[in-house]
Design a protein around this ligand. Structure first.
Ligand code: ATP
Ligand code: MG
Length: 354
């Protein structure tokens, strides 16, 4: 491909049927804005979904299709961007193994994002070997496409840092890039990999409706993009404010106020905040109705586009988008793998993947 635009790689794991508002404000909004200026690769981490759902392959398949439907419904455009199905890109699996040699085991196990996930998902000490492996795999997901930017939520920062470490180390070890060369100059200095940066979304970490954890598909605290208007309002109404009277104060970090900031016009959110702060009479129910209404206004057009994909023809469109993406993604990732293997003196042959 002769696309000269700088590249972006980001993605989602199909651990549930679809995406939620956290994905939207944390990453999807950025993707939509960057689609024209960047050559974008959007990855569905369907192999990584097996780290926690290995016994449910049918669900992972349905969730994979669901995520692509969400992307199309939100406005990601498969003609301008490439949708990448992880399981069909062999270069990613190969790079994962090669990168695993560049990361100290204990450093991976100390990765704060992994630790938080083990805790919040209640994985205890019985998670499979493949679970921490996914953090290494994510370095390969990203670097296979040699992007400059990775639009993600705040929870992913530690992973992006690890990915930068791998790229720096690879370039220094195998491409002769000096260890004083600044990260931004690695590609010009002969490194196979540019050192990518995270691009955090408008809301770095959207809290879930439980008011404490990050909104997450696996924590039963999410408002999904395909939830119908009543479900959305019901989830918002379920948020507990615990106020004794309509003039009682509320913690400025309360989830309701975070949602006001995220989904209402800035002026209105400010006004609501000061009403609560000044002890004026505020009915939580009214605020909830306003926030629910704003979220539904945002989601309605997406919901309508998504409903049109919930048909046999829609399914055909989704499969076609996935197959076209696989071809384009392999063309790029194979190029990266060859460059990496050449740098590692592993260039014994060549292959073509259709
Ligand atoms: P899981 O619970 O299975 O880990 P998840 O809800 O965390 O699911 P991911 O697929 O891991 O979703 O994340 C996809 C992208 O969305 C990442 O860039 C992540 O940082 C971002 N993201 C997810 N949840 C939020 C959130 N609550 N706020 C902001 N960004 C988020
Ligand atoms: Mg996650």
């Amino acid at each position: 491909m002769s696309d000269q635009r700088p590249r972006i790689l980001t993605g989602d794991t199909p651990t549930s049927t679809g995406l939620h508002l956290g994905h939207y404000v944390g990453s999807l909004e950025n993707r939509l804005q960057l689609q024209d200026r960047y050559d974008c690769y959007f990855l569905i981490a369907n192999v990584h979904a097996f780290t926690t759902l290995a016994e449910r392959p049918d669900d992972i398949r349905a969730n994979t299709l669901g995520i692509v439907k969400d992307w199309l419904a939100v406005g990601l455009d498969p003609d301008r961007s490439t949708f990448v199905l992880q399981s069909e890109i062999p270069a990613i699996a190969e790079l994962t193994f090669l990168f695993a040699m560049l990361l100290p085991f204990n450093k991976v196990m100390r990765n704060p994002t992994l630790k938080t996930e083990i805790e919040t998902k209640g994985l205890g000490d019985s998670y499979p070997f493949g679970f921490p492996m996914y953090a290494v795999g994510q370095c390969a997901d990203i670097l296979a496409f040699r992007p400059e930017l990775v639009p993600v939520g705040e929870d992913q920062e530690a992973h992006i840092e690890m990915c930068r470490d791998v790229a720096l180390k690879f370039n220094q070890l195998y491409c002769g890039v000096g260890n004083r060369v600044p990260a931004a100059e690695h590609a010009q200095a002969g490194g196979v990999f540019p050192i990518p940066s995270a691009k955090i979304g408008r809301v770095a970490r959207l809290v879930g409706t439980d008011g404490t954890n990050k909104m997450s598909k696996s924590l039963n605290n999410a408002i999904f993009l395909y939830d119908d208007p009543k479900q959305v309002q019901k989830k918002i109404n379920g948020i507990v404010t615990g106020r004794a009277s309509p003039t009682a104060p509320i913690d400025p970090r309360h989830v309701l106020l975070q949602y006001a900031d995220a989904f209402l016009p800035a002026e209105r959110a400010k006004e609501i905040r000061s009403m609560y702060a000044e002890g004026r009479e505020v009915m939580d129910g009214h605020v909830k109705a306003e926030i629910g209404g704003a979220i539904n206004t945002l989601l309605t057009p997406m919901r309508e586009r998504r409903a049109r994909l919930e048909t046999p023809e829609g399914e055909g469109v989704v499969l076609d988008v996935i197959r076209r993406g696989i071809r384009r993604a392999n063309a790029v990732a194979e190029g990266t793998l060859l460059a990496a293997k050449t740098a590692m003196r592993l260039n014994f042959g060549s292959r073509v993947i259709q």
